[in-house]
Structures are given as C-alpha cells and as structure tokens.
Design a protein around this ligand. Structure first.
Ligand SMILES: Cc1ncc(COP(=O)(O)O)c(C=O)c1O
Length: 364
C-alpha cells in the first residue's frame, strides 16, 4: 500500500487546514499569546512544590478529578457533577464536537454557529470533526449582530453556538441583552459562553446560565497564570455532562495538573488577585499610551489584551518589534477587518514599558 493511498484515508477536511503552531524560539517579550505575564509568586511555588512532593506519581490520576471538580463547584457555583474537565478548554471544544455531532433531521452535517472574528479553535475543531461552521460577522463595534444571529439560528438550527465573553481577539464583552435574548429564543441549541478571560472583565453569565439547561459556561486557568498545566472546564447541565463525560479520555487530566489546579482555585487564589489587578491597570495604561499615537485606534477591552487598529504597515511594524525581541499578534487569515489590526497581550509593567519605548523608536 502506498503512502498516497493511506493519506487518502484521512478526513478530506484536513487537506485545507494547517496544524496550530507556535514559533520554536519565542522572543524575550511575549505579548502575543494572551497568557499571564507573571511567574507564580514564591509562596505559591512553595505550596505547589510541597503538594507535588508527596503526590503518588506512580499511580494513575483520579479519572474523575473529584477534588478539582469540588473546588470548582465551591468557587464558581453549582454541583461538582455539572463540571466536565479537559486539558485546556481546547479539549472540551473537541469533546463537544465529538459528542454532540448528530445532524438535525434532514441535514447532512451538524452546524455550529460562530460569531466572528473570535477564537479560531471553535471553527478549526468543528471542521476537523466534520461539522459545518457557520460564521456570522460581528458588527462594526465587534458586538453581536442580533438580527443576523437570529436569522442564522432560525435557518440552520445549530447544535452549538459559541460566545467568547470577553471575545478574543476583539477584547470586548458582547451586549448582555443580545446574548440573553438569543439564548432564550433558541432553546434547542446548546449555547456555550466561554469566559476564558472572565477574570479580567469582572462579569459573568453564571447566574443567567444556572437557570437555563441549554446554556453552558466554559472556563480555563490558562489566562490567569496556569497556561502550563492545561486545565479547563465546562459547566453544563448534569444530564448533558453525563453524556459529555462518555467521550472524555479516562485520565485526560494528569495528577500534577489536578493538584496544582485545585490549589490555584483554593489556597492560591488570593495570591493571584494582585496579578490580575496589575494586568487590568496596565491594560488601561497601555491603551492611554497607544492613544497618544495618531496611527493607532485602540478598541475597548475587558480582557488581558488590546486589539489595536494600525494605520501603517502591520507586518513591517511586527517585524520591527521582533527585531527588538518583542512579539505581538498579527492576523494573516480570517476576517479581513483584522488585517489592519494587531493584538497586544498585556505584559508585566517592565515589558509594557519596553514595548512602549520600542514603539517610540520605530514610529519616531
Ligand atoms: C476565548 C478562548 N477560549 C479558550 C481558549 C483556550 O484555552 P485553553 O488554554 O484552556 O485551551 C482561548 C485561548 O486563547 C481563548 O481565547
């Protein structure tokens, strides 16, 4: 059998796609990945080291991650049974695509509704699972287009709809009234509200979602200092969490991640608050600074990054910053409106200072 005939067995959707890659040698100042810029405080490191010291690494981890789900329920509400955990929320986006993939009667493929531009994994993951992603453009303020969303819902009856609030890469929170009206008008779709950046926005849909079995909340530790441990969750009605759990790999969350995440949500939580506050203060400082350059238009952000429209040559600006060992994010595919934009993750005060100085040098 030739390699070509084996390749022919791969899903046809894969031909059009490229694997998600990050640069092998990241620059010193990384303002491109929406992580927290801060290492953990020494006290937090000591607590983690002590907890890992006695961990039974020779045993499989708790496949149900019982303690972690209990910590989530205590911290964020609901019962532990409502939480399904993944190696990052990326894994849960894939689990939802695997588990909820029965097409509607009369349709060939299941549909997922995605207001765009948004987090690319909603589209990518649905494609590799054979779904039909239906993108609905956000309006000129990057808010949901209520009419277009409702029409798309009516026309296609999607199995799933995603709303990242705050949205990546635009940084804003969608109008609460529009989100709530859509969720209430279309109860036979699972509406997933992804609060990956919720710690920086100071708002949540938890109370709203609690009363609606067709509304799920997604969260992650990746944006608040723990991108390295890969822990995310979806809080979903118990009757649905049982189904979702069936497609989860039995030991998808390793023992170290479970221990660290449980600490992050309990004893370490107060230690991380300062870092979050600093990021929010720095976000406003950076927005003010960018506002002093005529070439930039900074969109309002409730996340740990800023989306900025640049009147000049975007690739040249990013290149000049890279020469100074600073990475920011540019957009070469997807929504055309983003081609003239860059996304800047908020760094430490020192990193932001270095970025501001680099901009002054480059732009004069
Ligand atoms: C809106 C949104 N959701 C989820 C994720 C992924 O989170 P995780 O690291 O938990 O897979 C990201 C990462 O950038 C994101 O922007």
């Amino acid at each position: 059998m030739s390699i070509e005939s084996l390749k022919a067995l791969f899903r046809p959707e894969l031909e059009q796609l490229s694997a998600y890659r990050v640069p092998p040698a990241p620059p010193e100042v990384r303002l491109d990945a929406n992580e927290s810029p801060f290492p953990l405080p020494p006290e937090a490191r000591a607590r983690i080291a002590a907890a890992l010291h006695t961990a039974e690494m020779h045993r499989y981890p708790d496949g149900r991650a019982t303690r972690l789900r209990q910590a989530l329920a205590r911290g964020l509400g609901g019962s532990p049974e409502e939480y399904v955990l993944g190696a990052g929320s990326d894994e849960l986006i894939a689990s939802l695509a695997t588990a909820m993939s029965r097409p509607r009667a009369g349709a060939n493929r299941p549909v997922v509704l995605i207001p765009e531009p948004t987090f690319v994994m909603y589209r990518l993951t649905s494609q590799v699972h054979g779904w039909e992603p239906l993108g609905v453009p956000l309006d000129e303020d990057w808010d949901l287009d209520a009419d277009a969303m409702a029409q798309a819902m009516e026309r296609t009856r999607p199995n799933l709809a995603y709303y990242a609030i705050p949205n990546n890469p635009t940084g804003n929170c969608f109008s609460r009234g529009i989100v709530e009206a859509l969720v209430d008008a279309f109860p036979d779709t699972l509406h997933v509200i992804d609060e990956a950046y919720g710690a920086y926005s100071g708002q949540s849909f938890a109370t709203f979602a609690e009363e609606r079995p067709h509304c799920a909340l997604m969260g992650t530790l990746s944006k608040v200092g723990f991108a390295g441990i890969r822990v995310g969750w979806v809080r979903i009605h118990e009757a649905l969490s049982v189904e979702l759990d069936k497609v989860r790999q039995p030991f998808n969350l390793n023992r170290a991640s479970q221990i660290i995440a449980t600490l992050a949500l309990t004893d370490l939580a107060p230690l991380l608050e300062d870092q979050i506050t600093t990021v929010v203060t720095e976000r406003e400082r950076l927005a003010r600074e960018l506002g002093t350059h005529e070439a930039f238009h900074c969109y309002p952000s409730a996340a740990n990054f800023l989306l900025v429209r640049y009147g000049g040559d975007v690739p040249a600006l990013c290149e000049a910053l890279l020469e100074r060992d600073i990475a920011i994010r540019q957009f070469s595919s997807g929504d055309l409106r983003l081609r003239s934009c860059v996304r800047i993750t908020i760094g430490t005060p020192e990193e932001n200072g270095r970025f501001i100085q680099a901009l002054r040098d480059i732009l004069g």
